[in-house]
Design a protein around this ligand. Structure first.
Ligand code: ATP
Ligand code: MG
Length: 766
């Protein structure tokens, strides 16, 4: 920085010129000039001097802060060899008066030269000094103004500015912007390291040292620094563009450092934030792209002309068209012709701002198959696009069909179960009466066979009811742990006889696999399945009966019957488990076989599955709960002798006809009977008559006290009292609970006299 600067120099020139004119008037015939030092260079007030080569001579003069009077240069040893002196008609006289500022800073010199020698003249010398003082005063005035102006610029500059002096970097100047930047601390007159200690560790003082030592400026962009904005406060991050410029003196030696910088923290942070949000945006976009690419639903964008603007890759696996084949085409072209009107109507709705979530239609696959779709769509005004998400509904349709099937079977089961139960009670009466009638008519050979006929018919009816109860999952089951070895061995001769010689029978067991099921019902189920298989192979074939662990549900064991017969269509498979569904001629099939197997499997805690295709055979599998318990041999019920005793039985039965009937049976068996129509009455009887030997009670009864509660009460009065429960329901919660009662026997309705006799005996023995 020049001491005078450009502005100062111009004003200074005026004062200097006036001084030279006055000096030349005083020294008639001489040449006067003012020389100055600016930016380390000699500056002269007049364009050319009177003597060539006097520049270096003047420089010599400028070194001195004393008045110089060289009366005759040719006589002065230090001057006479100077080229300006030795030149022809060269310099003889020279006077130089320093221009000193009040602080004794040397600014320049007033310089008078002449080709003639001039003897020292004290008056002239002091007049020259006056003139030099005038120029110095003028200069000081100007400089003061300039400094003020510079300070003003400094203070008002938005940038950060400071000047340090010396190798210790004492802060001489610091503008308000800088003071604010470093937290308004005390800076002037202090060393940087002391005023801003946190800058030492961050290497800024070392940088100052470097600039001071090398004299080379140093600049940086967005330099990161940590500043204490309040004394003792936390360090906060800041960024600064700055330059350290060396300040030199007249000789060019570095005396200080000028710092100028810009606080770019907000810009930098904003840029960082922008970059971060750009990255976030990019990753969000990438996520959306992933969803678009991977979605199992088709994502489709349709423009306001109905053209497909974009469609996700799922389109190809679902409809057979690559996205490129669809983009640009009318979306409606891909819709099944029958669904186009509804789809267009929905599209108009969506376009008017109502989003839709339930538009069902069919798309046509490239191969021509219709694909059921469910759409949700929303119109975006900003994009001028309808965004549509379409779901493949085929799987859902299959699931729904399965659900409908399950619901149908369930309600069929309930209906069947209800009817069968009521019929059961009727049959108990019919059978009991027919039996009594038949017994009473032994001496009437014409009538007795009629009674026998009623008995047989009602037994057939009871058999049918049993099948229906089996389907309705209401038969009474006695599950045992079983394995295929015993079961297959005892069944083989029976099945062999049944299926005939044209059909091969392959039974393969696995002794490792055990399951829990009622052996009698499972045997009958397998017999039923083998008969079905036989009927499906009129000209022979092969039946495989096998057992394996269920692949899908390892908790189940699959016992399967597979044939090589005619098979079934999917529509048939849907219906074959319904009761009375048969394709066999009247009299041949009742349509109850698979229904019973279905009910049995479900009631056993498993399920029934059918795999079949027309012409390719059928595989029917009963899935039963797996177990690891020991195998129990199935007990075969045999007709035992009917035992009678003069024991007292309390019979509790709400149905009057059944009660009458059973009383008859009990009497016929030789027991004494006390009967009650409900639980409350029965309790009264128990209290009145302590000598009752057995309680026989229906389980499900109206009137507040059911059979099980009655039994508990009776046992309280007489803890060892044998109990026989009866019921037409077997899967009712009350019935299941009653059957768990200790030392109690359960007899399912309807029953024959012999079964009743055995059950009573069992109850007495329990
Ligand atoms: N293995 C099979 N192969 C082909 N069709 C079968 C097979 N098993 C059953 N079906 C079909 O399912 C129908 C119903 O079978 P289901 O066993 O329930 O009754 P049914 O055999 O007709 O009569 P029921 O078994 O009561 O004597 C049969 O009529 C037959 O059409
Ligand atoms: Mg059958």
């Amino acid at each position: 920085m020049g001491l005078l600067g450009d502005l100062g120099l111009n004003a200074f020139r005026d004062a200097a010129l006036r001084a030279t004119r006055l000096a030349e008037a005083l020294f008639q015939g001489a040449f006067a000039d003012v020389v100055a030092i600016n930016d380390g260079r000699v500056w002269r007030c007049k364009p050319a001097g009177a003597f060539a080569n006097d520049v270096s001579a003047r420089r010599l003069a400028l070194q001195s802060d004393k008045t110089l009077w060289v009366a005759d240069a040719t006589l002065e040893p230090s001057w006479r060899d100077h080229p300006a002196v030795t030149a022809e008609n060269g310099l003889r006289f020279c006077a130089s008066v320093p221009i000193l500022l009040p602080d004794r800073t040397l600014v320049g010199a007033l310089w008078v030269t002449d080709a003639r020698p001039r003897p020292f003249d004290a008056a002239l010398a002091s007049a020259l000094e006056e003139l030099a003082a005038f120029v110095a005063g003028e200069c000081d005035r100007l400089l003061g103004g300039e400094t003020r102006m510079i300070r003003d610029l400094f203070d008002k500059a938005p940038g950060l500015m400071a000047v340090t002096r010396g190798s210790g970097h004492v802060i001489e100047l610091a503008n308000p912007a800088l003071r604010r930047f470093v937290g308004d601390r005390d800076l002037i007159g202090r060393e940087v390291a002391a005023a801003l200690p946190q800058m030492v560790a961050q290497g800024f003082v070392a940088l100052l040292d470097q600039v001071f030592e090398t004299g080379k400026p140093y600049g940086a962009y967005a330099a990161r620094m940590f500043l204490q904005r309040t004394p003792g406060g936390p360090l906060t991050e800041a960024y600064c563009d700055f330059v350290f410029q060396p300040i030199r003196d007249l000789e060019g030696a570095v005396t200080g450092v000028f710092f100028q910088g810009y606080d770019v923290t907000p810009a930098k942070l904003a840029a960082d934030q922008l970059a971060a949000s750009r990255r976030e945006l990019q990753s969000a976009l990438a996520a959306i792209q992933t969803v678009f690419d991977q979605s199992l639903d088709v994502i489709c964008m349709v423009d306001d002309q109905g053209r497909i603007a974009n469609v996700s890759p799922r389109a190809e696996s679902l409809w057979g068209y690559a996205p490129e084949e669809m983009i640009g085409r009318q979306s409606i072209d891909f819709v099944h012709p029958d669904d186009r009107a509804a789809t267009l109507a929905a599209a108009v709705e969506v376009h008017s701002g109502r989003s839709t979530t339930g538009l069902a239609n069919r798309y046509i696959h490239k191969d021509g198959t219709p694909i059921s779709m469910m759409w949700s769509a929303v119109w975006s005004q900003a994009h001028a696009l309808t965004f549509c998400i379409g779901r493949d509904m085929r799987e859902r349709e299959v699931t729904e069909a399965k659900l409908r099937q399950a619901q149908k079977m369930e309600s069929l089961g309930q209906l069947t179960g209800g009817v069968a139960h009521d019929f059961n009670n009727l049959l108990t009466v019919v059978m009991g009466s027919a039996e009594a009638l038949s017994d009473a008519l032994t001496d009437q050979p014409r009538l007795q066979p009629l009674a026998q006929l009623i008995l047989e018919a009602s037994e057939n009816g009871a058999e049918l009811i049993r099948s229906l109860l089996a389907f309705a999952r209401r038969q009474s089951l006695s599950p045992k742990t079983m394995d295929s070895a015993g079961l297959f061995e005892s069944l083989r001769p029976l099945l062999r006889r049944t299926i005939g010689s044209d059909i091969e029978l392959d039974m393969r067991g696995d002794p490792e696999l055990r399951w829990l099921a009622d052996p009698v019902q499972l045997s009958s189920a397998l017999l039923n399945l083998c008969i079905n298989a036989r009927d499906a192979m009129p000209s022979g074939g092969r039946i495989c009966v096998g057992v394996h662990r269920d692949d899908a549900e390892p908790s189940l064991i699959a016992v399967s019957v597979e044939d090589t017969g005619q098979g079934m269509t999917p529509e048939m498979i849907q219906r074959v488990m319904e009761p009375f569904f048969t394709t066999k001629p009247t009299g041949k099939g009742s349509g109850l076989g698979l229904s019973m197997v279905y009910g049995f499997a479900a009631q056993s805690g498993g399920r029934l599955s059918i795999e079949s295709e027309p012409g390719r055979g059928t595989k029917v599998t009963v899935h039963l709960p797996a177990t690891s318990g020991p195998v129990v041999a199935a007990a075969s019920p045999e007709e035992g002798p009917v035992e009678s005793a003069q024991r007292r039985i309390l019979l509790v039965e709400d149905d009057d006809r059944v009660r009458a009937q059973v009383v008859g049976q009990l009497l016929a068996l030789g027991y004494r009977v006390i009967s009650s129509a409900n639980g409350v009455e029965a309790i009264e009887r128990l209290v009145e008559q302590p000598n009752i030997d057995l309680l026989m009670t229906d389980i499900v009864m109206p009137g507040g006290i059911n059979g099980r509660q009655l039994a508990i009460y009776a046992r309280r009065l007489s803890p060892k009292l044998p109990v026989l429960f009866t019921s037409g329901y077997s899967n009712d919660a009350q019935v299941r609970a009653a059957r768990l009662a200790e030392r109690a026997v359960f007899l399912a309705k309807p029953y024959r006299r012999a079964a009743l006799a055995r059950a009573l005996q069992e109850a007495f023995d329990a």
